[in-house]
Design a protein around this ligand. Structure first.
Ligand code: GAL
Length: 417
């Protein structure tokens, strides 16, 4: 009898324990995930992460809080209002680098994630260059989900073949090709400027071309002055490029403008490799790519990441989402759709498109520089002013006035000129 009692006690303890674990893995409630990923490729990448999360945590409802507008053109302002108003989303998209550290970490809005990085083994599988830009004072502050390359010139292969052209390696070649295409009634250089940041993106890559990796990086630290003749040259080059764009550029967002390439009406365009994701989503395969002229061997880099804001309502659900983001499965599923490459180095390269394989190689051998338009190089206030000055330049291309304005913007950002 005694033995029976002992056994049944043991059984009930085991039952309670197993129910306990079961209940523990059954996360409930909601998770609000804030981002600007609404365009083709971006939306599919995000959905791929949600699919994994839903499979693992079927009882948690995902609130997909997106604010459309590439580069966070509109999302960042909404995020700021919510964060300052004490209503943070559970987790939000933020660029690794200055945008993360200066805007949200130094100001005390985020929780460190160092324990998670260690328990999940991310410290071993993510490159130092990426770990560095999510670090501050010895802690890790957000989970990088990808690496994007920003200095890519995309082109319609058919148009190039039909006109016997090779993609340009220098700006002289770029302008020669542009003249030939214009004669054929083809838009030489496709641009959409509706959200106000796209021209600045292109200009950033021209700065890299004209100043080189070191000169460009120095712009954000004060080592290169904004009065540098290289900046003048970049403005001259960019001014000329704008004379070849589709006249209706102000009506289109970055992704809408790429319809010109897909339709065979436009030949070349400069943008980051979310464009690859966009092409995948449209099942368009006839695209070619080269580095932006005069930037071969340089990788203009950025990384999207998500963190844990202090005071978020569903902390445990966020931790689980971050685990998905940082996992091998999550990084593969997301990046296959997004056009970027995983931040983890232990992924299966064979799964990826030729374009992405080429970027994986570039990442290994190129000189890496931080993208300014996508939060890696400078604090948000500077980025905003920089983009506004360049947006104005497209409408009123006065080189002297613009260069002076860029000098003043840098000074206001606290970088002596
Ligand atoms: C970037 C972001 C990319 C891509 C792009 C266009 O700032 O890092 O993931 O979404 O904007 O929206």
């Amino acid at each position: 009898m005694k033995r029976f009692k002992g056994l049944s006690l043991l059984l009930s303890v085991l039952l309670v324990l197993s129910l306990g674990t079961l209940a523990f893995s059954q996360e409930k409630g909601v998770i609000e995930i804030f981002s600007w990923w609404t365009a083709g490729g971006e939306a599919e990448g995000l959905q791929a992460l949600f699919d994994i999360y839903n499979r693992l945590y079927p009882d948690v409802e995902i609130i997909n809080a997106t604010v459309a507008g590439g580069a966070g053109a509109h999302a960042k302002a909404v995020l700021k209002t919510r964060m300052l108003g004490g209503d943070p989303p559970d987790t939000f998209q933020v660029h690794a680098g200055k945008e993360l550290i200066d805007t949200w970490v130094k100001t005390g809005f985020m929780e460190p994630l160092t324990d998670l990085f260690e328990s999940e083994g991310w410290v071993e599988v993510m490159p130092k260059g990426i770990l560095d830009i999510v670090s501050y004072e010895g802690d890790y502050w957000s989970v990088p989900v990808n690496i994007h390359k920003a200095n890519v010139l995309w082109y319609n292969k058919q148009i190039f073949a039909d006109n016997g052209l090779n993609p340009p390696q220098t700006f002289d070649e770029f302008f020669e090709i542009a003249d030939k295409l214009q004669e054929q009634g083809i838009i030489p250089f496709v641009l959409g400027t509706k959200d106000g940041w796209e021209a600045a993106h292109v200009f950033e890559t021209v700065l890299i071309a004209k100043l080189g990796a070191e000169g460009y990086s120095g712009l954000w630290t004060g080592e290169t002055k904004w009065s540098d003749p290289g900046v003048t040259e970049a403005l001259e080059t960019f001014k000329k490029m704008v004379t070849y764009v589709n006249p209706d550029h102000a009506a289109f967002t970055w992704d809408e403008a790429y319809e010109y390439i897909i339709d065979g009406k436009g030949a070349m365009s400069i943008m980051g490799d979310w464009v690859a994701g966009y092409f995948f989503s449209k099942e368009y395969t006839d695209f070619g790519w080269v580095p932006v002229p005069e930037t071969a061997g340089i990788f203009d880099a950025l990384s999207d990441s998500f963190g844990l804001p202090k005071g978020c309502k569903n902390r445990d659900n966020v931790i689980n989402f971050l685990k998905v983001l940082g996992s091998k499965e999550g990084q593969e599923a997301f990046n296959l759709k997004k056009g970027s490459i995983p931040a983890r180095t232990d992924i299966n390269k064979d799964l990826f498109d030729d374009y992405q394989k080429s970027v994986m190689e570039d990442w290994e051998k190129d000189v890496i520089v931080p993208s300014v338009m996508h939060g890696a190089a400078a604090a948000e206030g500077w980025v905003t002013e920089f983009k506004d000055v360049i947006a104005l330049f497209v409408a009123r291309p006065d080189i002297e006035v613009t260069q002076k304005a860029l000098v003043q913007v840098a000074e206001r950002a606290g970088v002596a000129q």
